[in-house]
Design a protein around this ligand. Structure first.
Ligand SMILES: C[S@@+](CC[C@H](N)C(=O)[O-])C[C@H]1O[C@@H](n2cnc3c(N)ncnc32)[C@H](O)[C@@H]1O
Length: 301
């Protein structure tokens, strides 16, 4: 039996990986890790964040790098398609050499914007006998919520996740239609001023949280209102705009009730209604690396 398993290894902090992910990585015949670069030049590539987490838990002898054009933008570019094909060829080559189980480590969760889904499609197209499975991982949005003290949803609130590669109007539409809005791939919108403008126009700049390199060296978590308009936004940056709340339990019965209790919680307690973000901070407690992120999809293991 040939199994290809996409393993979510968390958002970068090597402690945010599940017990199951570690077991699957340690028992796989080969563990593939994505790196930013060209096929044939993997050894020269910078250590990726998924790779750094894997190396914290797994014997290096089973780790093999696979090149992806991870930062390519603009749809299915030639470089991107070529990288997908080369990666799929590499996986089928590993199976042909005798491997039974191949794990592919991906940042966050393999079902969310991950390269793994493209890899799996390429592998099964070449070898329909390969079984594809996934192990879920902790996402960047969860880690940002935890580190910033942000409650993602309460009561009847909706939660939407969108990538800013979806175009300039997508964030404004999401802010108008949903309670909590999370945006990935912030750098696709350029400096943060366009994002800040969309938040301000929706009356949601206050309370929005910006997080770059969350859990990695150089972590930067701030209220979005404190990010200067012209600041360069790195690839690993996420935004959370929490739902509008009026106090404890205000969203249990929908938006109307939120307005009715907007004066504050009945018992006078001050819970973390829309999240609380401290001042800018630099985290030095992580083994995360620079470089460009890996990305993800599944079954069960
Ligand atoms: C291709 S997606 C991968 C998402 C990942 N599979 C997940 O489940 O979180 C890459 C985007 O995830 C977000 N991201 C991933 N890791 C992050 C981190 N450590 N800090 C901030 N954002 C991160 C950024 O928005 C980045 O552009």
């Amino acid at each position: 039996m040939r199994r290809l398993i996409g393993v979510g290894v968390g958002p970068g902090d090597p402690e945010l990986i599940t017990v199951k992910a570690i077991r699957v990585l340690r028992t796989a015949d080969v563990v593939l890790v994505p790196v930013l670069g060209r096929a044939g030049e993997e050894d020269r590539a910078e250590t990726g964040r998924a790779e750094a987490t894997v190396r914290a838990h797994v014997d290096g002898a089973v780790i093999r790098r696979v090149a992806f054009a991870l930062n390519d933008t603009g749809g299915v570019t030639q470089a991107r398609a070529a990288a997908w094909d080369a990666a799929a060829d590499a996986v089928t080559g590993v199976f042909a050499a005798g491997a039974g189980t191949v794990a592919f480590a991906t940042l966050g969760d393999p079902a969310l914007y991950s390269t793994f889904s493209y890899l799996a499609q390429g592998v099964t197209a070449r070898d329909p006998g390969v079984t594809v499975e996934t192990v879920p991982g902790i996402t960047a949005l969860q880690d940002l919520a935890a580190r910033s003290g942000t409650v993602l949803t309460e009561g009847t609130e909706s939660l939407v996740l969108l990538p800013l590669t979806a175009g300039p109007g997508a964030l404004a539409e999401a802010l108008a239609a949903h309670d909590t809005v999370v945006a990935y791939k912030l750098s696709a919108a350029g400096p943060l001023d366009t994002v800040r403008k969309a938040l301000a126009e929706a009356g949601r700049l206050d309370g929005a949280v910006f997080g770059a390199r969350v859990g990695l060296a150089g972590e930067d978590i701030r209220p979005a209102a404190m990010v200067e308009a012209g600041e360069r936004v790195p690839y690993l940056a996420t935004l959370i705009s929490p739902g509008q709340r009026g106090g404890r339990g205000s969203r249990l019965a929908g938006k109307a009730a939120a307005g009715a209790t907007a004066a504050g919680p009945a018992d006078g307690t001050a819970g973390p209604a829309s999240g609380a973000v401290g001042p800018s901070r630099e985290a030095a407690d992580s083994a995360g690396q620079a470089g460009r992120a890996g990305d993800s999809r599944g079954g069960s293991v």
